[in-house]
Design a protein around this ligand. Structure first.
Ligand code: ZN
Ligand code: ZN
Length: 158
């Protein structure tokens, strides 16, 4: 992948990178925030605040309100620890919390699995086009709906 030079984290390594990034942003890595991040990173498809509240409630053995999860997700998005997938109306853990990109999401319409690519040439040109139209871009949202390789294979079209 041409413009993909950064390191992508996963598992415990991703959690450590997220903790480092949040702490650097002057925020505390509380037990609750750690739980929410672990739950979010455990989903293979975009998760809603309700999905995550459910997972954390199970892990904690007590009821966690979706509202408190929502506030933490909001903080995570602001700190580059999580991304909102708009067309799925849900969140994914950011695989590179230490590196800021306008991630391009690939959302499978069959299984819901969402992966992402980074191509700053594309996203910078979207930002440039917006600026050219007199608009101040904050966050380009580029999401591609379609079929993932696994679902393509399962359908016998590979
Ligand atoms: Zn990315
Ligand atoms: Zn799929």
């Amino acid at each position: 992948m041409a413009h993909h030079h950064h390191h992508e984290h996963s598992g415990a390594d991703l959690t450590r990178a997220a903790e480092t990034t949040l702490t650097k942003a002057g925020e505390q890595w509380t037990a609750m925030r750690a739980q929410v991040f672990t739950a979010l990173a455990g989903f293979s498809k975009p998760a809603s605040a309700y999905d995550i509240a459910e997972a954390v409630s199970k892990a904690e053995g007590r009821r966690i309100a979706a509202n408190s999860v929502y506030r933490i997700l909001d903080l995570f998005v602001g700190a580059n620890l999580a991304r909102r997938v708009e067309s799925a109306n849900a969140y994914v853990a950011n695989a590179h919390p230490d590196c800021l990109h306008d991630c391009i999401f690939l959302v499978c319409d069959r299984c819901g699995q969402t992966t992402h690519i980074d191509d700053d040439t594309i996203t910078n040109s979207v930002r440039g086009a917006a600026r050219g139209a007199g608009f101040s871009p904050v966050r380009p949202v580029i999401e591609v709906r379609g079929t993932c390789a696994a679902c393509d294979g399962a359908a016998g079209t590979a």
